[in-house]
Design a protein around this ligand. Structure first.
Ligand code: TEU
Length: 590
């Protein structure tokens, strides 16, 4: 089986600093707020935290637009606050992973300010500058190619001063670095990663890890959206010709910074990639990254070219997506991840469970049963452990995300506010907006704004984004701590179970579906150990519907022993039985 490593067994808790805990009453979460909750992580049983970007930034894209890699954004605290957080976390046995955002920086970063100042500046080539293709009849410069930005519109921004465009795959103030430049790469590794490695971090989540090597000549993208002037540059930007070389070089740089004996891990956000590429990125022998996030299962039901157009999907599509996110690593020296939520995804109960009052808790627990049973490093996103759901009934103008704002403006201009297009967009945003994951964390049901800020007589500052109203209906830490049947306490026991049976739950191999076509049931087996007496089989029976469903095991004579589930365990453990609505059970097979 796979080689044992602390970072394979870790349960990682992802923190969105803006929305976790506001310790100084300015309406924004901060690093001291995170430090104040170390006991909460211990209670839940997680052993690693990943903190989204907290570096200096004008916040066009919530800190993914960095103006200084080596400085904490003042609203999040000081560098000393960060060093203290790392030290105290380590004292509590908690590892700290930080975000590495290196496809682009902010236009306010000093390197870009130099680069844009003149065509002959020594840092000109650190970014991707191109002359216009020509000028239109009105004298307007035409971008060098037809690429669209992920956040809408052209991926090129015109600069009057030097009469050239710069490339930005994301927002207009997130210029892409030119990774072809050796000097840029060296400086980038050292500033973005080296600085924090020297201050004791235990790993990196590598942002947009597949996008650094653009294909030569930056050719036009294929037309996938005939309604738009700008096209999504998939093959032109993803997993490009030099990407593996870059990752090897970067990994080598990391190793050089580490004190002897210290082992870090990296998890790359790769999104879309064929299996051989996924293997290469994560193979121990290749020495690139430790593990990656694939989007196969989170992209289900979303149009790959426009995430706010909702597509129908069957349970089978999702099952296959989930398997695609880890099966590539089976019986290899690669490793994978298990996640359903992050700061770019809506709430998993709304998306893959049932967020009605009747089924919310039990379906949230079912998702926990599924996740602890999958092979890979497990990630939980803040609020997921509470069974948080999407914001309900929000108007479009309540969303803060640059992605929603930009695309709304485009639809407004093209079709108007009362158009069918806008109505469809609104429906898509209600399901898929990233802001559903970004509300302040609900700590309490009694305090203003769910206890996000500090208390004790001070008037609470308005949080940067409104809280989700569900904190009044029991979805908050305080109430859930007190309720033994809460989703929070269920997650605590789920994490314990995963650790107790890590041989099969964390490290198990040879995952196999049973009746993969079944529209309600999600049945699979996995194996711990190799062959012979050391081999142990587990069977998972999960009902993704609000009706009771009969299931049978793949083997009529098998004796099953249930070791975990989200309803009280039944005595009967025969090879045929009925699952209650949203019920999940994990068995050993003898
Ligand atoms: O996301 C990169 C990414 O692939 C996004 O296009 C993602 O699919 C999108 O957010 C969905 O709308 C990373 C970060 O996770 C995201 O928060 C940043 O906005 C983005 O990079 C730019 O740094």
């Amino acid at each position: 089986g796979p080689q044992r490593k602390w970072w394979k067994e870790a349960t990682v808790y992802q923190i969105y600093p803006a929305s976790f805990k506001d310790s100084d009453n300015d309406g924004w979460g901060d690093l001291p707020g995170i430090t104040s909750k170390l006991d909460y992580f211990k209670y839940l049983g997680v052993d690693t935290i990943w903190i989204c970007p907290f570096y200096d930034s004008p916040q066009q894209d919530m800190g993914y637009d960095i103006s200084d890699y080596e400085k904490v954004w003042p609203r999040y605290g000081t560098n000393e606050d960060c060093f203290e957080l790392i030290e105290k976390a380590h004292q509590s046995g908690i590892k700290v992973v930080v975000d590495l955002v290196i496809n682009h920086c902010s236009t306010e970063h000093k390197w870009f300010e130099e680069s844009r100042s003149s065509r002959t500046n020594p840092k000109r080539d650190w970014f991707i500058w191109r002359p216009p293709k020509g000028f239109d009849s009105a004298g307007k410069p035409i971008p060098p190619n037809n690429w669209s930005s992920f956040f809408g519109g052209s991926a090129w921004e015109w600069e009057e001063t030097t009469q050239e465009f710069y490339l930005h795959l994301f927002a207009s103030r997130q210029p892409d670095f030119n990774w072809e430049n050796d000097e840029l790469r060296r400086n980038l590794y050292d500033s973005s990663a080296g600085f924090w490695l020297r201050h004791g971090v235990d790993g990196f989540r590598i942002d947009t890890a597949g996008l650094y090597s653009k294909i030569d000549g930056l050719p036009d993208a294929q037309v996938t959206n005939p309604n738009s002037e700008w096209q999504y540059p998939g093959p032109e930007t993803r997993n490009g010709p030099r990407i593996h070389e870059f990752h090897k070089e970067m990994r080598k740089y990391f190793e050089e910074q580490l004190p002897p004996g210290k082992e870090i891990f990296t998890v790359g956000e790769v999104g879309n990639c064929a299996d051989d590429g996924l293997l290469r990125y994560t193979s121990e022998a290749e020495g690139e990254m430790s593990q990656l996030f694939n989007f196969a299962h989170t992209n289900v039901g979303a149009n790959p070219y426009f995430r706010y157009s909702v597509l129908p999907f069957a349970l089978k599509d999702w099952k296959l997506g989930i398997a695609a996110s880890f099966l590539f690593a089976n019986r290899t020296d690669s490793w994978s991840t298990v996640y359903l939520e992050n700061h770019d995804q809506p709430r998993s109960v709304t998306r893959f469970g049932d967020d009605s009052q009747e089924w919310r808790e039990i379906s949230a627990k079912l998702l926990a049963v599924l996740e602890i049973a999958l092979t890979g490093t497990l990630y939980i996103y803040q609020g997921q452990e509470l069974g948080q759901i999407n914001n309900k009934g929000w108007r479009l103008d309540q969303y803060d995300d640059v992605d929603v704002k930009n695309k709304r403006a485009i639809i407004q201009e093209k079709y108007g506010d009362d158009s069918v297009q806008m109505q469809k967009f609104e429906e898509g945003v209600a399901l898929f907006s990233r802001d559903h994951a970004r509300n302040p964390m609900p700590w309490s049901s009694r305090e203003p704004d769910a206890g996000f800020g500090p208390h004790g007589g001070q008037a609470a500052a308005k949080p940067w984004l409104a809280v989700n109203d569900t904190f009044r209906e029991g979805i908050n830490v305080e109430d859930e701590l007190q309720d033994p049947d809460s989703v929070l306490n269920f997650w605590q026991s789920a994490i314990k179970t995963r650790k107790m049976h890590k041989d099969v739950l964390v490290y198990g191999q040879d995952f196999q579906f049973h009746n993969v076509d079944d529209p309600k049931l999600f049945l699979f087996t996995k194996e711990a150990g190799e062959t012979g007496s050391a081999r142990r089989t587990m069977f998972a029976a999960l009902n993704f519907s609000s009706e009771p469903s009969d299931f049978s095991t793949p083997w009529p004579d098998a004796k099953l022993t249930q070791f975990f589930g989200n309803y009280p365990t039944t005595a009967s453990s025969s090879a045929r039985d009925t699952l209650k609505p949203w019920e999940g059970r994990l068995f050993f097979v003898d």
